[in-house]
Ligand binder design. Structure first.
Ligand code: 9QG
Length: 139
């Protein structure tokens, strides 16, 4: 409903993610958005493991972080606050640090999610759900 035709988006990461990799996702949260996600998946196949599921939820006023291993969601972690608003643009950085994925939106750190799956195993960045995607860049 509130999604848009430019998602799902996929960026292949054939060399995986290393410490220092920065992924920047810019977009707009539609007026009636419920949730969207950025997944860092370990293959391009259906049912791939997710080293990171980053999931802003406008309907719960929170951001959920998780992994999916062998088709099963792990324990959820939740970020501080919700730096996303319906009808507003956003700019998210997912930074691979020594310890985990650090998520920053605008000038606020949302959460630092400790690795459960090594970032070197990531092969695909996927963006989907209720958002209007403007750009995805990997540095
Ligand atoms: O709800 O939570 C993250 O822990 C699930 C959601 C699921 C994830 C998961 O249904 O939604 O956010 O791939 C999915 O199904 C995503 C979009 C306990």
């Amino acid at each position: 409903m509130a999604g848009s035709s430019n998602v799902p988006h996929k960026t292949s990461l054939p060399e995986g993610v290393r410490v220092g990799t920065v992924m920047r996702i810019r977009g707009v949260v539609p007026d009636k958005a419920r949730r969207f996600h950025v997944n860092l998946l370990c293959s391009e196949e259906e049912g791939a493991e997710a080293a990171l599921h980053f999931n802003p939820r406008m309907d719960e006023s929170t951001v959920v972080f998780n992994t999916k291993e062998h088709g099963v969601w792990g324990p959820e972690e939740r970020g501080h606050g919700l730096p996303f608003q319906r009808g507003q643009p956003f700019d998210v950085l997912l930074i691979a640090t020594q310890e985990g994925f650090k998520a920053v939106a605008g000038d606020a750190e949302i959460h630092h999610f400790r690795y459960r799956i090594p970032p070197a195993r990531v092969r695909l960045l996927e963006v989907g759900g209720d958002l209007q995607l403007e750009s995805v860049k990997v540095f």
